[in-house]
Design a protein around this ligand. Structure first.
Ligand SMILES: NC(=O)c1ccc[n+]([C@@H]2O[C@H](COP(=O)([O-])OP(=O)(O)OC[C@H]3O[C@@H](n4cnc5c(N)ncnc54)[C@H](OP(=O)(O)O)[C@@H]3O)[C@@H](O)[C@H]2O)c1
Length: 342
């Protein structure tokens, strides 16, 4: 058994080391999975750079999603079988050939499901599904804004909002990504390196014109987003990607800039406009409402099996190319899901 350990915060080349992994027997509610591949998520970059508070102390095995076969299970696991191929959410521990994880984040998949698709369904689609269905309760005909629409969660949100009959504004950072989000269902793409998304939407529809905003950038993006929110509107914040830049050094200045960028809000403003600012954190859902996590994962696997959603694999790396894969994500080159195969 092997795993890539995060041994040091900072640049990718020196951050990870492949080492032997010792795994305990699975706990009562856990299964042990022998993995084929693991996925990358933006939170992994924030963990590498030392920004991620929930990251275990180093050395630590990070990683949120794996695909593979169940080889052992704990005494309370009834619905999953040894030998079953599954997609799984891991609360860290994913960059490994073997992993123990709670059954609430494990869902069987077909033998012929592409490994990358399975990984995208685990973290990014289940997050998007939870945000779209539970937090935002998207309705047909609503105007939606999705930030970083070309990313893993953004790709999923676009497909889920389209499926609901929403009209979608989406942002992305280069022309290649603009083409990608158009093809994925965004009706009004905005290259936010060329054009301010707030000014663009304000000019087209005015302020108070968007019903649901999905924000993974944080800071002033949220502040501007709130000005675009219609009465009855909701803004879900589920990330603060702005904290990460090209530098591999943690920057307090950057963190403060993002923090102050949010501005100040009062509950009366939300009450007065019948609006909601909603946080989404799937780790908390997994810890406190594991049945909802299971339902989200089961539902997205079903939607995929029925052909209603189509996860996109941005790039497949060999596990030994983990350092390059991290830079690919950090430097905003990726679209869809990034996969590392053993
Ligand atoms: N709360 C939760 O439970 C949860 C779960 C999963 C993911 N997330 C969050 O959801 C977001 C998307 O995750 P993902 O894994 O699917 O990543 P991703 O969207 O595939 O990649 C992040 C994207 O963010 C955009 N971005 C904007 N400002 C950036 C900056 N300063 N530095 C780097 N990227 C920047 C980039 O797109 P452009 O080039 O188009 O700007 C980049 O491609 C992340 O913020 C992640 O932390 C949260």
């Amino acid at each position: 058994m092997k795993a890539y350990y995060l041994i040091k915060n900072g640049k990718s080349e020196t951050a990870f080391e492949l080492k032997d992994l010792h795994l305990n027997e699975p706990e009562d509610d856990e299964v042990t999975i022998e993995t084929e591949a693991f996925g990358l998520n933006f939170a992994d970059v924030t963990a590498r750079l030392g920004y991620y508070k929930a990251c275990p102390p180093l050395p630590a095995v990070i990683g949120y999603d794996v695909v593979g076969k169940i080889i052992k299970k704990g005494g309370n696991v009834k619905d999953l079988k040894i030998g079953q191929r599954v997609t799984a959410l891991t609360r860290f521990g994913g960059y490994a050939t073997h992993v123990n994880t709670n059954q609430s984040g494990v869902v069987p998949i077909k033998e012929d499901t592409d490994a990358g698709v399975a990984l995208a369904l685990a973290t990014q689609y289940s997050t998007a599904y939870y945000a779209a269905e539970y937090s935002m309760n998207l309705q047909k005909g609503e105007y939606v804004l999705i930030q970083a629409a070309a990313g893993g969660v953004g790709t999923a949100l676009t497909q889920l909002a389209k499926r609901k009959g929403c009209i979608i504004y989406g942002t992305a950072g280069n022309e290649g990504k603009i083409e990608y989000i158009k093809n994925n269902g965004v009706d009004f793409p905005v290259n936010y390196r060329k054009q301010d998304f707030y000014e663009y939407i304000k000019a087209q529809r005015g302020e108070k014109s968007i019903d649901a905003i999905f924000d993974s950038i944080g800071g002033n993006y949220v502040k501007k987003g709130l000005k675009l929110l219609a009465p009855g509107g909701r803004l879900a914040m589920y990330g603060a990607a702005q904290i990460v830049g090209d530098s591999n050094k943690k920057s307090l200045f950057r963190q403060l800039k993002v923090l102050f960028g949010f501005g100040k809000y009062s509950p009366t403003q939300f009450f007065g406009n019948s609006q909601a600012l909603i946080g989404v954190n799937m780790l908390q859902i997994g810890d406190y409402k594991p049945y909802i996590l299971k339902k989200c994962m089961t539902d997205v696997v079903d939607l995929y099996n029925k052909g209603e959603i189509k996860p996109v694999i941005g790039k497949i790396f060999d596990a030994s190319e983990l350092a390059e894969a991290h830079y690919f994500l950090q430097k905003r080159k990726s679209t869809g899901k990034l996969v590392c195969k053993w």
